[in-house]
Design a protein around this ligand. Structure first.
Ligand code: NAP
Length: 194
């Protein structure tokens, strides 16, 4: 990535992965447009503002995945966009029926903003290895090889009484449907985090 006065947008900037990314980008001389859901959250704002060069090179924006258009302002003028924010809890105030629908709507809106902008060269999304699976769709065994068509089955059962399993299935579904959407739009480099 070129540096200089290059601007980089990082969504969900106070999260575990994104906050390290913001710190690294600032250290390397980038100007960072960081989004948080709530700019009134002092602990998250303070964390980001404590990073070296944040006083001059960090710009904070409020944006929530449940209101996808809010990301436009943060993306404006950026060369790179890292979409790291992920909704894990449903919001009562959301117009969407679940987190998957909200997340898919957000990535579409963010991708459209990037395409419309005259500046964004690359949109990077933090993927998860749990969205990929070598299993055949009917569960009858494994495919001979793994490629970009090998997604985790979307009909993974939620019937188990185990709370952790249910939460995992919801997460797998979210990451998988999200990444299938991204792959169909062919605008993103996928980054496989653990
Ligand atoms: N950590 C890992 O080991 C790991 C492994 C595999 C994949 N990943 C992927 O990497 C990404 C980041 O993971 P992480 O561990 O850093 O997660 P995290 O610490 O939970 O951070 C997620 C961020 O998403 C933001 N967020 C949640 N709901 C939102 C909403 N409705 N609108 C806008 N932002 C929202 C939160 O923002 P606020 O701070 O504003 O609340 C939070 O900072 C995720 O896509 C995750 O699936 C992580």
């Amino acid at each position: 990535m070129e540096k200089g006065k290059c601007r980089v947008c990082v969504t969900g900037a106070a999260g575990f992965i994104a906050s390290s990314l913001v710190k690294k980008l600032l250290e390397k001389g980038y100007t960072v447009h960081a989004t948080l859901r709530n700019l009134g959250d002092a602990s998250k704002v303070q964390l980001l503002k404590s990073f070296p060069h944040a006083d001059t090179e960090l710009v904070l924006f409020e944006a929530d995945i449940n209101r996808p258009n809010e990301f436009e302002q943060a993306i404006h003028g950026c060369t790179f966009v890292f979409h790291v924010a992920t909704p894990l809890q449903p919001s009562d105030a959301s117009q969407f029926k679940n987190t998957s629908e909200a997340a898919v709507s957000a990535i579409k809106s963010i991708a459209e903003c990037c395409i419309k902008s005259d500046s964004v060269k690359r949109l990077i999304y933090t993927a998860s290895v749990c969205a990929a699976s070598p299993l055949k769709n009917d569960g009858s065994g494994y495919k001979d090889s793994i490629d970009e068509t090998c997604w985790t089955a979307l009909n993974l059962s939620l019937a188990s009484s185990n709370g952790f399993f249910k939460a995992s299935c919801t997460f797998y579904y979210l990451k998988t449907i999200y990444q299938i959407t991204i792959a169909k739009n062919s605008v993103c480099l996928l980054l496989g985090a653990g």
